[in-house]
Design a protein around this ligand. Structure first.
Ligand SMILES: *Cc1c(COP(=O)(O)O)cnc(C)c1O
Length: 388
């Protein structure tokens, strides 16, 4: 038996580390989810989430993971055979498209190489060519967690406007929300999909949709079957702080506490902290002489960095050695990037020293696994963090 001491270093890009005060906040007995104490909590977190999405629109909370909220976005707004435009940026985009196909939607899946983000020019060209408005929704993963590529949402919105096309804009912000600037209202997103276990620093189990009035109107006409995910019943009961079925009450206590933490730090400061830690990670990468999976510097993610290992090397072997020797968990390569990358999560509850600790584990692991690289990655990160 291996005895481990000290804290495990969890540096996967979600689920992320849960702050101790959030853990303590949820250590509570069950309460009556139809009673007055619950209603107060329900109303408070429903309202408290809105600034995180930067929205005045309706936000709903499901007891679910993020995947459920992909489904919720589609089944509430679309009808069988509807055309949707999606982009193969990485594994999560691929999986969302699979969900759409499973519901009989006609997915125009724009092929990609998993190293570039959504191209706004392609969005504009596709929509301009769609003169009879067959495309009902454009679905974009904002921060693609399989490769650390953040697609440019403001420009995608502009492209949709330039084409003068009425399609809904649906965005997966699962790993963006709470770690990168996200603007549901300003970008006129119709449905934002998110969940609790990434930037929000919570355990898995809460899923979110933020919903525009235009999406609510579409829901009135939509004919895909829906029951559990139906916005109608949810929104009706939420008005009084209640839910149509049992909510994850203890996660609501956790969310309430996490929202306090965002308030104390200030949302914009949270983003600055993440972008600084991300830059420090990239400085380490450059010094090691390793390649970022994202080939567009302007789209580098603040939430994670996916590190390519040299041809012939196994990213999973590196991860295994790092876990065994240093009790540090890194994200695996997913789908087409399996065994080709390891992912360093730098989102949620972390600071300069947790990050440099993790980078130290990575640098030692690179040496132990014989990956060709230069030393000095941790030094480069430390220098950047000390000077900024
Ligand atoms: C984690 C993640 C998901 C899936 O969320 P689950 O909670 O695992 O269902 C979807 N999209 C993105 C971008 C993610 O990072």
């Amino acid at each position: 038996m291996t005895v481990r001491r000290g804290r495990h270093f969890l540096h996967i890009p979600g689920p992320t580390n849960v702050p101790d005060r959030v853990l303590r906040a949820m250590d509570r007995p069950n309460i009556d989810h139809r009673g007055p104490d619950f209603a107060e909590l329900g109303l408070r977190v429903l309202a408290g989430l809105k600034p995180i999405f930067k929205t005045q629109d309706t936000v709903v909370i499901y007891p679910s993971s993020g995947t459920g909220c992909w489904e919720a976005a589609l089944v509430n707004t679309l009808s069988p055979g509807d055309k949707v435009l999606m982009f193969e940026v990485g594994q999560f985009a691929f999986l969302w498209a699979e969900v759409a196909r499973n519901f009989g939607l006609d997915v125009d899946f724009v092929a990609g190489d998993w190293r570039h983000g959504v191209d706004p020019d392609v969005v504009e060209a596709k929509l301009s060519a769609d003169t009879d408005h067959a495309i009902k929704a454009v679905c974009v993963v904002h921060n693609e967690t399989s490769n650390g590529i953040t697609s440019p949402l403001a420009r995608i919105r502009e492209a949709m406007d330039a084409a003068g096309h009425p399609a809904l804009l649906m965005v997966d912000a699962v790993s963006a929300l709470g770690s990168m600037d996200y603007r549901h209202d300003e970008w006129r997103v119709d449905v934002t999909v998110a969940s609790s276990q990434k930037g929000l620093m919570l355990p898995a189990g809460l899923g979110f949709n933020a919903i525009s009035d235009k999406a609510l109107a579409a829901a009135k006409e939509a004919r895909l079957p829906r029951a559990y995910w139906d916005w109608g019943a949810m929104i009706k009961m939420n008005a009084d702080g209640f839910f149509p079925y049992t909510p994850a009450t203890n996660l609501f206590y956790a969310l309430d506490e996490a929202l306090k933490m965002f308030d104390e730090e200030g949302l914009e400061n949270v983003f600055v902290r993440h972008s600084r830690l991300a830059e420090a990670t990239r400085r380490a990468l450059t010094a090691w002489g390793l390649e970022n999976a994202c080939l567009q510097p302007e789209l580098y993610s603040s939430a994670l960095t996916a590190v390519m290992v040299p041809d012939g090397a196994s990213a999973d072997a590196v991860r295994r050695i790092i876990l065994e020797r240093f009790d540090l968990s890194l994200g695996s390569g997913l789908g087409k990037l399996a065994d080709k990358v390891f992912r360093i999560g730098h989102l949620g509850d972390l600071n300069d020293l947790t990050l440099t600790g993790a980078l130290t584990g990575v640098e030692m692991g690179l040496s132990l696994s014989g990956i060709p690289h230069q030393a000095g990655g941790v030094d480069a990160a430390m220098r950047y963090l000390a000077e900024t």
